[in-house]
Write a protein that binds this ligand. Sequence first.
Ligand code: URA
Length: 212
Amino acid sequence: MKKLIEPNKNCSKCRRLYNFRKKNQSKNPDWFNAPVPTFGELSSSLLIVGLAPGLQGANKTGRPFTGDYAGDLLYKTINKFNFSKGKYAGTIDDSLKLKNCTITNAVRCVPPQNKPISEEINNCNNFLKKTIEIHKNLKVIIALGLIAHKSIISAFNLKQKLYKFKHGNKHKIDNFILIDSYHCSRYNTNTRRLNEEMFEKIFFEAKKELKI
Ligand code: URA
């Protein structure tokens, strides 16, 4: 059976992220503090790509977007559009299950200040590439933010300048559609770059493309 290829729990490809993880491990030994694996089903036709685990969210719980503000908005929206069942409670042992949907990050380890550097984004790109490749039914990818968008373009070895990031933009790549969205971070909603209605429109468009 095909399995997702995930970074080693002790991955040290990125020295800075490795050291940051080690520091967090000694500060909070009961947190996950490791590369956060992809969440979802290999049969999914929708893939959502985030930036990187939040320090007190996915890095603590071990599941993408779980336990922080961005996750509250993402999981609420996913549920509204019927891509999940069960109840999201911000912990890895809640009853939430994704339906026809997978969530991953462009960078698997928590970066200081939520900002991975180019080398770290590049080091992790092969995991994103493999994640996309293994989802054989994939029809739509939602990129949450510019770094997720660029990472997807890189995973396909395409020219960045031919694929401009803009909230709501759609790009045809291979046999799927990439939809760009602003990241559902607290910063973006606080500064009103993104609101719930704008975010829901992205999922509305995704459903339209999926013809469901
Ligand atoms: N949590 C994640 O897993 N990814 C993000 O991009 C933000 C929060």
